[in-house]
Design a protein around this ligand. Structure first.
Ligand SMILES: CC(=O)SCCNC(=O)CCNC(=O)[C@H](O)C(C)(C)COP(=O)(O)OP(=O)(O)OC[C@H]1O[C@@H](n2cnc3c(N)ncnc32)[C@H](O)[C@@H]1OP(=O)(O)O
Ligand SMILES: O=CC(=O)O
Ligand SMILES: [Mg+2]
Length: 721
């Protein structure tokens, strides 16, 4: 540890700050450490008080459930929540005033990709996922069904290829219909007298709405690309008659390039494993590389060595002879960790670990200053803003704390007030109930609210742990509280004037391989008023982008604004079940939760991987992160507490499913089977602790156990080496 300004700082982190973060930031080392130290003195006690308040409220809620039956006393329950200050009084209506927001957040409706920022290869891929190939996204996923000769196979399947092309032509007909005929029969595209002319054999036609054609590349008589715009999003038709696909296409089309991940969240939180200075420096280094444009990843794909860097912008000629530049990369936001955890990277004046959320805000802002100063060739925010997503806040006092922290960090780094923007995750019940007050606390800097329904489900289970046994996991998405929460979130966002300044976001699609289902269901997010929604991969971003061409979210929001909603109806309908499940149903539920939990935890604790695709018992690969772990662990804790299962049954289930997970990972040479020694397996012990100690975990969070167990595993590794 290095001692500086009354702080003890882990050497690795200190060197990163001194050698990489501060140089070029226009902040002197002296001012930085002095200011950071004072910020810690002032802010840490407030952070601790907020956590104490969380615990106090949870204790009161637990006591209430011990003495009352919620289903018989619903009104009393609501009064009680108000009395203890869990449910806050509302004040006068207001509108947010956030300014200098990039169009990607303020105006354009489209997909939001999330990626663990500590994985440079994925992070670069995500930043570049602003544009994606529709042909690849269709050919490579189940959107085109694998049947009747259209299977993927090992070599190119022309029948599957034809289905892809048909789908894409149909999409063009939807977003840019022709005055006559269909894109399906087009044989040539060219530009004549500033118009896009579409030839169909001996006939020619134009677009029904000619203004949808906004640019091109190449020769007007034989362009290499045609740029269309619809609902504020772009699509590029690409031509190349020498290309293997283009040469088989009657119009020479080789692909449709879709504007896809309009924004991307670089995640430092639930998809990341970072438990010490060594891990955190990688997180910060990657974010710095994205902010100054120098991030690079070199890796092998098959036999090929790939060097991945950030894409440059895209240039077109306009119809009127000018030049048009479109951004080649997603607008990047960064998700900090929440208020809960502390980090051994910095010890404060009392030798206590400093809250990691405070360090994250200081560091991710300092690193983003490299973008604001615009020294590199590549810019993130053209409007000079830094976009920080703040997760897991409980109620308006915690949001007010974040606001104060942001003020302090702006002062520390010499940034103008409200340069630091905030995205508020609506993912704890105390925030859902008090969302309007939460938004008010950051009304000058808020750029999004987002229904993080996964954490929100975990919080729902933990908060009402003592109220009764919860419904089965898969029933949650149709439950009353969840529907009410989603509606209330949109309604609050509209009433606080978010459209035009900030996003109203919807949650993650957690089945990365089920793209056909996503195409059928995720359009619902737009119809419910969300102008962005989370996707787990670039391919999902490209496919989900099609929804924003089909539905104008602006029009939907206009209609919703006219409606009046009783925001509170059903939001406090607890997901408690009175069903008598069969022994078989109970076992299947336990098996499913245990498999997902173990499959995720083993990779977290022993491999340092914070987001994984883990098969459920139906063999559907599910995106698992810390929020889904919070659900599965709390669910099992709840059933155990209410005697739906016994300790022994749970332990035997975990042992049985550990063998299944071991089998699933058997091809990984670095994998250590849990079942070879359950007592010695740190991952297995972590899994048990998450469930058997689940009632005592703060708000049901999994971080404290995961971090401790990962540190234990790392120590064992270092001791061995
Ligand atoms: C509740 C919440 O908080 S949700 C937010 C947290 N969740 C996330 O951030 C989800 C992020 N997604 C992921 O981490 C991954 O998609 C997973 C773990 C779900 C699946 O990963 P894998 O099993 O490796 O995916 P798969 O093998 O199908 O695809 C890998 C390819 O897709 C790319 N890819 C997958 N996900 C992403 C992503 N989110 N961003 C960028 N690229 C991605 C990889 O770069 C890789 O391509 P490459 O070989 O060209 O580099
Ligand atoms: O962060 C997202 C969630 O669903 O939780
Ligand atoms: Mg979350």
């Amino acid at each position: 540890m290095i001692e500086r300004n009354d702080l003890k700082i882990a050497n690795e982190f200190y060197r990163f700050v001194e050698d990489e973060a501060l140089p070029g930031s226009n902040v002197s080392n002296e001012d930085f450490w002095k200011g950071f130290s004072q910020l810690i003195v002032d802010m840490v006690p407030k952070n601790r008080d907020l956590l104490r308040q969380r615990n106090l409220l949870q204790e009161k809620i637990d006591q209430w459930h011990e003495h009352n039956d919620w289903s018989e006393n619903r009104v009393e329950y609501e009064v009680f929540l108000r009395d203890i200050g869990y449910w806050e009084p509302t004040e006068e209506p207001f509108n947010i005033t956030t300014s200098n927001v990039d169009d990607e957040v303020a105006i354009q409706a489209g997909p939001q990709l999330v990626v663990p920022v500590n994985n440079a290869r994925y992070a670069l891929n995500a930043a570049n996922a602003r544009w994606g190939s529709l042909y690849d996204a269709l050919y490579g996923t189940d959107v085109i069904e694998e049947q009747h000769g259209a299977e993927r196979g090992t070599t190119y399947n022309p029948l599957r290829g034809k289905k892809v092309v048909d789908y894409a032509r149909h999409f063009l007909d939807q977003i840019a219909p022709l005055e006559n005929g269909s894109h399906a029969t087009s044989t040539q595209y060219r530009i004549e007298q500033n118009q896009l002319v579409v030839v169909q054999g001996t006939n020619q036609t134009v677009l029904s709405t000619t203004s949808k054609f906004i640019g091109f590349t190449g020769d007007p008589s034989s362009p290499t690309a045609i740029l269309l715009q619809n609902n504020g999003l772009h699509v590029e038709i690409q031509f190349d008659r020498q290309h293997p696909i283009g040469m088989t296409d009657q119009a020479g089309i080789k692909d449709l390039l879709i504007e896809s991940a309009i924004s991307t969240i670089m995640d430092c939180e639930d998809s990341v494993t970072a438990v010490d200075a060594e891990d955190k420096v990688i997180v910060y280094q990657n974010w710095l590389g994205l902010m100054n444009g120098t991030l690079q990843a070199t890796f092998k794909k098959g036999q090929r060595e790939v060097v991945r860097t950030l894409n440059t912008d895209r240039k077109y000629q306009t119809v009127s002879g000018g030049e048009l530049t479109l951004r080649g990369r997603s607008l990047l936001l960064v998700r900090n960790v929440g208020h809960l955890m502390t980090s051994n990277m910095i010890l404060d004046q009392q030798n206590q670990e400093v809250p990691e959320g405070i360090i994250d805000t200081v560091m991710t802002s300092l690193l983003a200053k490299h973008d604001l100063l615009g020294k590199g060739d590549i810019r993130n925010s053209e409007k000079g803003s830094v976009y920080i997503v703040k997760p897991k806040m409980h109620g308006s006092a915690e949001v007010a704390f974040a606001n104060e922290l942001f003020n302090r960090v702006e002062d520390l780094l010499g940034l103008e007030r409200y340069t630091l923007k905030i995205g508020v995750m609506d993912e704890e019940r105390r925030t859902s109930l008090n969302l309007e007050n939460c938004i008010r606390e950051v009304k000058n800097r808020i750029v999004f609210i987002n229904t993080g329904f996964l954490d929100r489900t975990g919080d729902e289970i933990h908060t009402s742990m003592l109220a009764g046994p919860v419904i089965r996991k898969n029933e949650m998405k149709d439950s009353k509280w969840l529907q009410a929460y989603e509606k209330s979130n949109v309604d609050t966002g509209l009433n606080c004037g978010l459209p035009g300044r900030a996003q109203i976001g919807k949650g993650m699609w957690a089945m990365p391989d089920r793209m056909k289902d996503m195409m059928e269901q995720k359009v619902g997010h737009l119809k419910a008023g969300g102008n962005t929604a989370w996707v787990p991969s670039p391919t999902a971003a490209t496919l989900h982008a099609l929804h924003y061409h089909q539905v104008s979210v602006t029009a939907v929001q206009e209609i919703l604004k006219q409606e009046t909603l009783d925001r509170n109806a059903d939001i406090l309908t607890l997901p408690i079940s009175t069903e008598k499940w069969s022994a078989n149903d109970i076992q299947r539920e336990l098996d499913n939760n245990a498999q997902g939990l173990l499959g995720y935890v083993v990779r977290w604790v022993e491999h340092g991987i914070g987001c994984s695709k883990v098969p459920d018992i139906h063999n559907v690969g599910l995106m698992e992160d810390r929020a889904t772990l919070r659900i599965s662990s709390q669910h099992m804790t709840n059933w155990l507490h209410h005697g739906i299962c016994t300790d022994n049954q749970l332990l035997e289930t975990l042992k049985k499913m550990a063998k299944v997970v071991d089998e699933q990972n058997s091809e990984d040479p670095l994998y250590q089977p849990m079942s070879s020694d359950f007592d010695r397996s740190i991952a297995f012990q972590a899994a048990c602790e998450l469930i058997f100690q689940g009632k005592n975990q703060p708000n049901g969070y999994t971080e404290p156990i995961l971090h401790r167990r990962r540190q234990e595993f790392k120590n064992r590794l270092y001791a061995k080496n």
